[in-house]
Design a protein around this ligand. Structure first.
Ligand code: PLP
Ligand code: COI
Length: 339
């Protein structure tokens, strides 16, 4: 049944055995339920449909070198989903429900976990939506939490291969003091048109600037941005970007590798001074950046021309993936062994 070409798997949806659901009704969460259904019957006036009461998360489970299945930093995704929920007045999902739903979804779909050494992993997608009806702009009284899984390959074609990105100057994905720091669907809706535009122009992703002044780097498509220079790992500090768990992990690993970590505003002009740049996220892992085009002045910042990632990106990528795959000691207790 799971006759996948694991090594060439794309980042896409595949049907699995079951997904796990939990309903919040009458002021409390119910029991977890497993279902084979891929659809959600819903009230026509559900707040997720009209007023964007929707949050999602993305985390990964890996089949390790020892055959064990490890879920990476789920507590962080759970916390971020709760922050998002509070940010748009939804009911936060308690830790035990979040974890148990992820665990059940993984355990009951074990044949979809890609084998060790294929470069693929099991993507875990928690989703929280307002299902209660409203017609005035108000939060729902009922919520649905769903966790489904799907086996995935690299988000950007080719995996750990440098990509070209383009600075987006015609739109913003999030406003200052808006919802950029939350993982809500509306941010992604706001990025679709720019994403298509840059892809049609031959770039892998749009690099967003701060919406107020258009002076500083924000983030890059579905990932955070970092630059490397003078033995420093530099990543934007901004209240309109998603606080990436991968980036948080890389900041710790970079320090361990002897780099100085700076989380601060990164002016666009500083792009000219970086030795290496990359995007990081659960789906993107580390995707090195070969070139950044700025359409405002038709400037190209080039970091590599031979299709080979720089040494710091390579070292960090190896260090992070070795932990996730159980190839090296998990000194930070980032993995939870599921089976
Ligand atoms: N930024 C955006 C907009 C994202 O969608 C993601 C993906 O989750 C990230 C950054 C990276 O976050 P994380 O490393 O937690 O997956
Ligand atoms: C992730 O990296 O998990 C994401 O959520 C990115 C994405 C929207 C595919």
């Amino acid at each position: 049944m799971t006759n996948f070409d694991w090594k060439n798997l794309e980042f896409g949806y595949q049907k699995t055995n079951i997904n796990v659901r939990c309903y919040f009704k009458n002021g409390k969460w119910g029991d977890l339920e497993s279902t084979t259904s891929e659809t959600i019957p819903m009230h026509i006036s559900a707040t997720c449909l009209h007023y964007g009461q929707e949050a999602f998360e993305g985390l990964k489970a890996f089949r390790g070198k020892d055959g064990k299945v490890r879920l990476f930093r789920w507590e962080e995704n759970c916390k971020r989903m709760a922050d998002t929920a509070r940010g748009i007045l939804m009911e936060p999902v308690p830790e035990e429900i979040f974890f148990e739903a992820c665990k059940q979804a993984i355990l009951q779909n074990q044949e979809f976990i890609p084998p060790y050494g294929t470069g693929a992993s099991l993507y875990v997608r928690p989703l929280l939506i307002g299902t209660g009806p409203q017609i005035g702009v108000k939060p729902a009284g009922e919520y649905l939490f769903v966790v489904f899984v799907t086996p995935v390959g690299p988000y950007f074609k080719g995996g750990f291969k440098p990509v070209k990105v383009q600075i987006e100057r015609d739109s913003d994905r999030a406003a200052p003091r808006g919802t950029g720091k939350y993982k809500v669907g509306g941010n992604y809706a706001a990025s679709l048109a720019a994403g298509r535009r840059v892809q049609q122009a031959g770039y892998a992703a749009a690099l967003y600037l701060d919406a107020r002044e258009k002076k500083y780097i924000d983030e890059c498509g579905p990932a955070n941005f970092f630059g490397i220079k003078d033995n420093k790992y530099i990543t934007p500090l901004s209240d309109s970007i998603l606080p990436s768990i991968t980036n948080k992990s890389l900041m710790i690993l970079a320090k361990e590798e002897g780099l100085t970590v700076e989380q601060r505003k990164v002016p666009v002009e500083e792009l000219a001074t970086f030795e290496e740049c990359g995007e990081c996220g659960t789906a993107a892992v580390i995707t090195p950046i070969a070139l950044i085009n700025d359409p405002a002045n038709n400037t190209e910042y080039t970091y590599c021309t031979d299709g080979i990632a720089g040494p710091v990106c390579t070292k960090l990528y190896k260090k992070l993936t070795a932990i996730q795959l159980g190839e090296t000691e998990d000194t930070h207790n980032w993995n939870t062994i599921i089976c």
